[in-house]
Design a protein around this ligand. Structure first.
Ligand code: GCW
Length: 676
């Protein structure tokens, strides 16, 4: 009881007490412990930031000299960098800034540079997509309101407070290599392209620019009608083409390094070229032609599905594959990691590697829409690694999604990766202290898709929680080895396990879309009102009946398996070779079906739900044990959120098993609860 009162008080008071500054430091807490001399023959806004960061954060030898050298080197690519004893070398100013952040990260994580290190970005464009509406709300945002857009009178006036926040945002992004930001929701308001809004974009771009972050905008396909006064938005209409060209010229007049457009068209009610009998390629190309003279790109989303489709998982592939090769080279097709929609687990979308003459980029969701939002502790790096490492076999064994999109296999003109941002105006940016790790992980993986989840968690925990001399005196006296054993190791383990735990207590064995409608938070496998289109109901996806459960996507079912390259097609098609994690994604099986473990499908389902719940109970114990090593604010916030997560996991288990049991008509295994 006492504990509950304390955590309640902390929950209420901390957001009020915490200085915006404290919360905004994120993983950038390092304070210099010694002075450093910086030598650089060049000056620019970006180099100045690099120098300032060195002075502010230096934790190396006192009075050391760091030389920043901008000189081409055939081993350094794009904005990559080389670190050595002498300092940082890069081709570009931005490369220097990235190198400086890396050098400081090495110091702050206790991993000094011993050898020469060369690091080049995996993807040329590393972009955060903000689903921010112009009234300041955020679609699927769980961390307060937009930092870019406000509601009400004077909402377009740019204040010093705005600029400070944008700068802190830019700094955090630059420190992990993110170099692009789409400032508005893909469900885009046409107003974003009016001059009044473009002027605000110009102001934002000015703050982000020295940090190497380009601005992009989501645009509405019907803009030529809604704000342009035209009668049509038909991409083949010359007036429409002229409208986009003029608009592009206006934008680049204000923002010379503008990145380009992101477009959601003919998807979930958004207008698009199909309204005029045209294709996605026609739609994307009209914008691409307008942006091309200025170096802009179009990111055209493949997130499409319709009410009458027998299997929603198939539609993007069916619609886009026939268009391969028809897009301009400054168009990138932006594909969500899975074929449906950011579920806790999906196989990769079959479009990856399949579109061979079109640039393709992946879209990940950092905001935890389907993974417990800002309440559940779920570290997403393992999910993204699972996806990036998936072998598509499109160009033989080893054609992983990462290699199909990062330019290794296909020579795309542009390579890119996007993450739907989880940040907002909340003091801690992300709503949950551990959700910051997902922002961090996205940036680090976008820079280097070969990094392991373990390394990313390790870095983030050290940067975020390791006691520093300039902080709390008692905590900084903890010996590093003790901190490693007592805090780092168990908390990292918890992070690394957390995504699998969520899959277990929400939708194991390939189940998907069991959520309650609209908010996508709790369970709702029963949700199927008559008035709602079938593909928005849960039973459409799990297909449970007394005969069994699962979506039959085999050759005898929807045949979605045929969208995968061999040997995956056969592997997924055969219930004996289909990986168990995707079992009910591809197969409809009887409740008594025997799994490799010898358990029936029903029993296995019960054990998975229980295991997920048990895992969260363990997370609670882990967290309780690390109390001496965490400041009390974050300790109580996380403790309280874990308590909610545990209650939720229990609800997920009970709701799903009770619901499915009416079909299985089998008992819950008697030994499912572990002895306490
Ligand atoms: O995941 C779904 C979300 C919608 C979102 C849509 C999309 C922006 O529930 O909120 O809309 O996907 O990605 O377009």
């Amino acid at each position: 009881m006492k504990n509950q009162i304390i955590s309640l008080l902390v929950l209420i008071c901390v957001p009020l007490l915490l200085h915006a500054e404290d919360g905004h430091n994120l993983w950038l807490r390092g304070k210099s412990t010694a002075s450093v001399n910086v030598v650089c023959s060049k000056h620019s806004a970006t180099i100045d930031i690099a120098e300032q960061e060195l002075h502010q954060e230096w934790q190396g030898k006192a009075n050391a000299t760091v030389v920043l050298t901008i000189k081409p080197n055939k081993f350094i690519k794009g904005d990559g960098y080389m670190l050595s004893d002498d300092g940082v070398q890069a081709n570009t100013d931005l490369g220097i800034l990235y190198g400086v952040f890396a050098l400081l990260r090495h110091q702050q994580t206790g991993n000094p540079i011993r050898d020469v290190i060369i690091s080049n970005p995996s993807y040329e464009r590393r972009i955060l997509d903000h689903w921010d509406n112009l009234d300041g709300t955020i679609e699927r945002g769980y961390a307060g309101r937009s930092i870019f857009w406000h509601d009400g009178k004077d909402s377009l006036a740019v204040t010093e407070k705005d600029k400070k926040l944008w700068q802190a945002y830019a700094r955090a992004n630059a420190s992990i290599g993110i170099n692009g930001a789409v400032l508005d929701n893909v469900n885009a308001s046409p107003l974003i392209l009016t001059t009044a809004y473009l002027n605000r974009v110009k102001a934002i771009a000015a703050v982000l620019r020295p940090y190497g972050i380009r601005t992009y905008l989501s645009v509405n396909f019907a803009s030529p009608i809604v704000i342009g006064g035209l009668k049509t938005a038909d991409p083949l209409n010359p007036e429409v083409q002229k409208w986009w060209k003029d608009k592009a010229r206006e934008i680049y007049g204000l923002i010379p390094d503008f990145g380009g457009f992101l477009v959601k068209a003919n998807s979930e009610g958004q207008p698009g070229p199909q309204n005029y009998g045209r294709t996605h390629a026609d739609g994307a190309n009209v914008m691409a032609d307008a942006l091309r003279p200025f170096g802009g790109i179009v990111m055209w989303r493949a997130f499409v599905y319709s009410a009458n489709d027998k299997d929603r998982a198939k539609q993007a592939y069916s619609e886009f594959m026939p268009l391969d090769g028809k897009f301009r080279d400054n168009v990138i097709i932006q594909v969500k990691n899975g074929p449906i929609d950011f579920q806790p687990r999906e196989p990769f979308s079959p479009l990856f590697g399949a579109m061979k003459q079109t640039s393709v980029m992946s879209e990940l969701e950092i905001t935890q829409e389907y993974l417990g939002q800002a309440i559940h502790l779920v570290f997403l790096a393992p999910m993204w690694k699972e996806f990036l490492k998936s072998d598509t076999y499109q160009e033989g064994k080893g054609s992983t999604v990462a290699r199909c999109t990062d330019g290794t296999i296909f020579s795309q003109k542009y390579t890119a990766i996007a993450g739907v941002s989880n940040i907002g105006s909340d003091t801690n940016w992300c709503g949950h202290p551990f959700a910051q790790a997902n922002w961090y992980a996205f940036g680090r993986l976008a820079w280097n898709d070969q990094l392991s989840s373990d390394q990313i968690a390790d870095e983030w925990l050290k940067l975020t929680f390791m006691p520093t001399a300039s902080e709390d005196k008692t905590k900084s006296t903890v010996l590093p080895i003790v901190w490693d054993i007592k805090f780092l190791k168990p908390v990292k383990q918890m992070m690394l396990e957390s995504r699998e735990a969520a899959v277990n207590y929400m939708m194991p064995l390939g189940l998907h879309c069991l959520f309650a409608p609209e908010n996508h938070y709790g369970p709702g496998p029963w949700w199927a009102p008559k008035y709602v289109r079938k593909d928005w109901t849960a039973p459409y996806y799990h297909q449970a009946d007394t005969a069994g459960i699962g979506f039959d996507r085999t050759e005898n079912g929807s045949d979605a398996v045929s969208q995968y390259h061999e040997p995956l097609r056969s592997l997924f098609n055969d219930v004996n070779t289909c990986p168990e994690i995707y079992l009910l994604w591809f197969h409809h099986l009887p409740w008594t079906y025997k799994l490799k473990s010898g358990r029936t499908l029903w029993d296995a389902l019960c054990y998975h739900y229980q295991e997920g719940l048990d895992q969260v109970r363990e997370f609670q114990k882990t967290w309780d044990r690390v109390q001496p090593y965490v400041d009390s604010e974050r300790f109580y916030v996380v403790q309280s959120k874990l308590r909610q997560q545990c209650e939720n996991a229990q609800v997920w288990k009970d709701a799903c098993l009770l619901y499915f049991q009416q079909f299985s008509r089998m008992p819950i295994p008697y030994d499912i609860e572990r002895p306490v």
